[in-house]
Design a protein around this ligand. Structure first.
Ligand code: HEC
Length: 148
């Protein structure tokens, strides 16, 4: 289980870092070079946020229980970003609080409204990534649950 998770994390990192190119597959050498510097507190939180969203998606699809409420994401606005990364003083906190509101809402709504609440959460990821760190946008766009 632990190994499996590590592998997923590695694959994940290779595919979705901030500087992942949107239109070409990453080469084997590129992600390795990126990993020479340890990921920032914010980057690690993002990976956890993406894993959390994926497990919410799985739960929503099979109408099961949500994963435990992720209290750690309360520190989103305080987490240390990658050195040299520009964090906009207006849009980052605005989109960050919106994500937190959508997260709280997801845990409050009735089961029947979860798909919509989950998609609103994914939208809040996409909104922030429109102005910060565009690399993961392709992946984020695939995270929505189709509604009929
Ligand atoms: C408030 C803005 C904001 C929100 C909301 C946000 N992100 Fe991010 N995301 C960032 C920034 C900024 C970085 C770059 C962090 C760094 O390198 O320190 C990042 C990095 C990432 C990364 C790359 C992490 C790595 O390994 O380097 C992924 C994947 C990611 N975000 C996915 C998501 C997902 C999925 C969501 C929603 C569940 C989300 N983000 C919500 C701003 C945001």
């Amino acid at each position: 289980m632990a190994n499996h998770r590590t592998l997923i994390l590695l694959l994940f990192t290779a595919l979705v870092g901030c500087f992942a190119s949107a239109d070409s597959a990453p080469t084997a050498a590129k992600p390795a070079a990126q990993e020479l510097t340890p990921p920032s507190e914010l980057a690690l939180m993002m990976r956890a946020m993406a894993i959390h969203a994926d497990s919410v998606k799985a739960a929503v699809k099979r109408d099961g229980e949500l994963p435990p409420y992720p209290k750690a994401f309360k520190n989103l606005l305080e987490a240390e970003p990658t050195k040299g990364m520009h964090i906009d003083p207006i849009t980052f906190p605005t989109f960050g609080k919106d994500y937190q509101l959508k997260l709280d809402r997801l845990y409050k709504v009735k089961k029947g409204e979860r798909t919509q609440a989950y998609n609103a959460l994914v939208q809040s990821c996409a909104n922030c990534h429109g102005t910060h760190c565009p690399g993961p946008l392709m992946r984020i766009k695939k995270m929505y649950v189709a509604t009929e």
